[in-house]
Design a binder for this molecule. Structure first.
Ligand SMILES: [Zn+2]
Length: 377
């Protein structure tokens, strides 16, 4: 199949090939839909009813390839964390233009699960919810995160003026000196349910994208007996390197299956070996309950960008911007540039590296489904 027109592509440099990276949600969506049509996929859209940063329609699009009733399915998700969708969307477009789906296989590509965050270049959604902390039982008491509560005003300060910021940083430095950088990463990122304007807020009910994912499961994934589910993220780990985070312990069937498919790239977050601390309310909980964990290999594909300090500083400024600042001001644009650098670098070397990594990982997922059971431990 031919490549997409240049209008959807990042501008190639003399040394680099043209890569399928878009520069906005609207471009990514257009490119995904065109590539899906070109591959002969069946398309459905789930519209939010909201408009994006450029006035565009915001929707999650689903492309189904292969046998729509096939018992074995590969599912690829982009944009669970909005802005991280620049990478996932590019990987989906590369898949659509390069991959031949084996006979009897069902492939479901879910594009921009959090389209609002993608369009506004944020990690959170329209309600400031971190979707990947929202998949838990909202009727039960929420897990607590006392360290976040203690640090909340220092994590997202009331102002970015040097004096306020300096005082906030002193509080965080003292915490890190006492408890370590890992404890700080866990306090910030594992999820909190008490500060709706804070970071990694898990919501007070199922978010739009959570409900939409369940609708997609119903509409496109019923009857599936064996699934490889890859949710694509950016921002953790060494720059350009890929890891498959499995939200479990090493001594579990789910981890052993992931390891059989991806080898040492699979890491169990609950044993402290992953770039991510254990999290709550993640998407794998929704997948495991929809398909049964025994029949699902569920991985969060994470690719590294910048240091944890830089991603934290970008997220903190962005958290402030959307509660107290003006995204259209010069300061707002500066913060958005920081967010892009932290979660979607405009860097062709990085782009080529992460696309190649994704292609190998997705290929291994597809191969595991075509030789079911045989390779699993
Ligand atoms: Zn993410």
């Amino acid at each position: 199949m031919r490549a997409e027109p240049d209008t959807f592509m990042s501008r190639p440099t003399a040394q680099s090939p043209v890569l399928p990276f878009a520069d906005s949600y609207a471009e990514a969506r257009e490119g995904f839909l065109a590539a899906a049509r070109g591959a002969g996929a069946r398309l459905s859209s789930y519209a939010t009813g909201l408009r994006g940063r450029l006035g565009e329609e915001l929707a999650t699009d689903v492309a189904v390839l292969g046998d729509p009733a096939g018992p074995r399915a590969l599912v690829l998700v982009s944009g669970t964390h909005g802005i991280e969708g620049f990478f996932g969307s590019a990987a989906q477009r590369a898949f659509l233009t390069q991959t031949r789906v084996p006979r009897g296989m069902r492939v479901v590509l879910i594009h921009a699960l959090n389209p609002h965050g993608f369009s506004h270049e944020r990690r959170a959604d329209q309600e400031n919810i971190d979707l990947n902390r929202n998949f838990l039982d909202h009727e039960a008491p929420y897990p607590d995160n006392p360290d976040y509560e203690r640090l909340a005003d220092a994590i997202v300060p009331a102002s970015l003026e040097p004096r306020t910021l300096g005082a906030a940083n002193e509080i965080l430095k003292a915490y890190i000196a006492r408890h370590g950088a890992l404890a700080f990463q866990s306090a910030v990122s594992r999820g909190q349910y008490t500060h709706p304007e804070g970071l990694c807020f898990g919501g007070t009910g199922p978010a739009w994208s959570n409900r939409t994912l369940h609708a997609i499961f119903r509409d496109h994934l019923s009857g599936v007996e064996d699934v490889v589910f890859i949710d694509m993220h950016t921002g953790l780990g060494p720059r350009g390197e890929a890891e498959l985070i499995i939200e479990t312990v090493q001594d579990s069937p789910a981890f052993r299956r992931a390891q059989a498919i991806w080898g040492p790239q699979a890491k169990a977050s609950h044993d402290g070996e992953s770039v991510s601390p254990p999290l709550v309310g993640t998407i794998d909980e929704a997948v495991a309950s929809a398909f049964g964990s025994a029949r699902a290999a569920i991985a969060c594909l994470e690719v590294g960008t910048v240091s944890p300090t830089e991603t934290f500083l970008a997220l903190r400024s962005d958290g402030w911007l959307h509660t107290r600042g003006d995204p259209d001001s010069p300061q707002g644009r500066e913060i958005k540039a920081r967010m892009r650098a932290a979660f979607a670098p405009r860097d062709d070397v990085w782009r080529a590296q992460v696309l190649a990594a994704a292609s190998g990982i997705i290929g291994a997922g597809l191969a595991a489904l075509t030789t079911p059971r045989g390779r699993a431990a």
